[in-house]
Write a protein that binds this ligand. Structure first.
Ligand code: SF4
Ligand code: SF4
Ligand code: F3S
Length: 267
């Protein structure tokens, strides 16, 4: 329930790997403890909360009631829709039912990760559970997508801090992503870009062209069509990102065409 005037946040987990939460736990400015103890009131989060069972359910319903119309709902994971959504249940309710119920009293919804934004890995063909993203189910609430698998935690934190500071949502692109983080293609700021422009491409993993840091385009890099700030913001405060450590971008911040194709190519 709202504490010290801090806005209530309810976080639901559906079909996912918890990588988005795990990534957020490793952020350092602010740390997750500063965020949840000083800036927001995280009233329900299945991975982080101490309570379990009926106690946890009570916290969820108390918060939804006390903060009706005001809380921020964060969704991590896709929502299965086939067979009335029986593939994902928490406390006897399907993800579909829980989302619809929690969305009703939310001021805004943040879909964290590619699963919650577009269905993600769970929705790759043949998508046996009918997994979809939040925006495919909820049509009457502001929804901010923070895609990535996992997304950069600072894209999530910046969105939350923007909302807390300015009391409004940041400007979004046509896919519901904050433009400050997803407004440019990673190709535009990639350190391998001079090799791309000069036509120097890595031919195989581990060979001299790869070891010399040549462009990964011919190994399948989707950077030229992927909108994200990975090449600028980087990850884990150590300056690394997929392309810097030698792996092509698989377009994990993009919906079907890029990301799902890249995943399908690998399985
Ligand atoms: Fe895991 Fe990726 Fe889904 Fe996040 S978006 S929960 S990292 S599968
Ligand atoms: Fe572009 Fe990928 Fe080459 Fe970087 S490695 S320059 S993102 S194609
Ligand atoms: Fe994802 Fe590509 Fe960034 S795979 S993490 S969008 S470099």
């Amino acid at each position: 329930v709202e504490k010290n005037g801090n806005p209530a946040v309810i976080w639901l987990h559906f079909q996912e790997c918890t990588g988005c939460s795990e990534s957020l736990l490793r952020s350092s400015h602010p740390t997750i403890s500063t965020l949840i103890l000083d800036m927001i009131s995280l009233d329900y989060h299945e991975t982080l909360m101490v309570g379990a069972g009926h106690q946890a359910e009570q916290a969820l319903h108390d918060s939804m009631k006390a903060n009706h119309g005001k809380y921020i709902l964060v969704v991590e994971g896709a929502i299965p829709t086939k067979q009335n959504g029986i593939f994902c249940k928490v406390s006897g309710r399907t993800a579909l039912e829980s989302l619809q119920h929690a969305a009703e009293g939310a001021a805004a919804i943040i879909a964290i990760g590619t699963c919650a934004s577009y269905g993600g890995i769970q929705s790759v063909s043949p998508n046996p559970t009918g997994a979809v993203g939040v925006k495919d189910i909820i049509k009457d609430k502001p929804i901010i997508n923070i895609p990535g698998c996992p997304p950069n935690p600072y894209n999530f934190l910046s969105t939350v801090l923007y909302y807390l500071t300015f009391k409004k949502l940041p400007e979004l692109d046509q896919l519901g992503r904050p433009k400050f983080a997803y407004g440019r293609r990673i190709h535009e700021h990639c350190e391998r870009r001079p090799h791309f422009d000069a036509g120097r491409f890595a031919k195989a993993y581990g060979d001299p062209t790869h070891a010399q840091g040549y462009c990964l385009y011919k190994l399948g890099c989707k950077g030229p069509a992927t909108y994200a700030n990975c090449s600028v913001q980087r990850f884990n405060d150590v300056g690394a990102w997929p392309v810097s450590i030698g792996h092509p971008c698989i377009g994990c911040t993009e919906p079907d065409i890029l990301f799902k194709t890249a995943i399908a190519e690998k399985v």
